[in-house]
Design a protein around this ligand. Structure first.
Ligand code: PGA
Length: 266
């Protein structure tokens, strides 16, 4: 299998917290302070990213800057146009000014509730990369697709369309999160074998269109009910480079434990 042959040591593990539509500004300050308090120097060996709602970015930025924290900031979405009459939208420059280095795109909740398509995902990926922000592009199948045995073909297509027209160097610096929809927020995580199979497949697909070098550098995360009770099974998988964490990222102790587990796993 393609992925298993890659040099995993070259890829820094990543633990990214997706806070979704949770935490007011006051609550976000408290949670980011708690996470920062739990962190220590060793965390520099893992890329730790927190992705709060837009309205919390500035206050979380202030907390992390005040603490000289190595924790990085990410957003949960972005619009591809640079500026203009797009009521409610947030541009890449706006995120960049708040020192966001990462941005989630194509989360299944955005695809389901906000009409995100592979085409809009691709536009967002390109807009982010044009200003050197790293996309964390989500892909994943629902239960019908899995039960029909079409999972690998389905996520392969999402990945191909999402990265269409993107150069190899940009792909190497980017992140994909494999998040089976049936596992998100349900407490029913994929098995480690399912996660490894999907992540290895994604790496193989990326190798097909961007070359083996870019594919071996790109980080691929597992997401979907990853928590402190199951992460030790996912994190050592050869093609799983970390986790995109929803529910468990809202608890500072749980999130910190996941970072510690990622440190030990690789
Ligand atoms: P979950 O969410 O960890 O709560 O399942 C993951 C995600 O949607 O990114």
């Amino acid at each position: 299998m393609f992925g298993a042959m890659q040099d995993t040591a070259a890829r820094m593990p990543m633990i990214a917290g997706n806070w979704k539509m949770n935490k007011t500004t006051v609550e976000a300050v408290t949670l980011s302070q708690q996470i920062s308090f739990e962190s220590d120097k060793a965390w520099e060996a893992v890329e730790v990213v927190i992705c709060p709602p837009f309205t919390d970015l500035k206050s979380v930025f202030n907390v992390l800057t005040f603490d000289h924290s190595s924790i990085k900031l990410g957003a949960q979405d972005v619009y591809w146009e640079p500026d203009g009459a797009y009521t409610g939208a947030i541009s890449v420059s706006m995120l960049k000014e708040l020192t966001c280095e990462y941005c989630i795109v194509g989360h299944s909740e955005r695809r389901e509730y906000f009409g995100e398509t592979d085409e809009t995902v691709n536009k967002k990926v390109k807009a982010l990369l044009a200003q050197r922000l790293h996309p964390i592009m989500c892909c994943g199948e629902d239960l019908d697709v899995r039960d029909a045995g079409d999972t690998l073909a389905f996520i392969g297509e999402q990945v191909r369309l999402g990265w269409k027209g993107v150069g190899e160097e940009d792909i190497a610096k980017s992140v994909i999160a494999y998040e089976p929809i049936w596992a998100i927020g349900t407490g029913r995580a994929a098995t480690p074998e399912q996660a490894q199979e999907a992540c290895a497949h994604i790496r193989g697909v990326v190798a097909d269109f961007a070359g083996a070098d870019a594919a071996s550098k790109m980080r691929i995360l597992y997401g979907g009910s990853m928590n402190t009770g199951n992460a030790e099974l996912f994190l050592p998988q050869p093609d799983v480079d970390g986790g995109l964490i929803g529910g468990a990222s809202l608890d500072a102790k749980a999130f910190s434990t996941l970072v510690e587990m990622a440190l030990k796993a690789k």
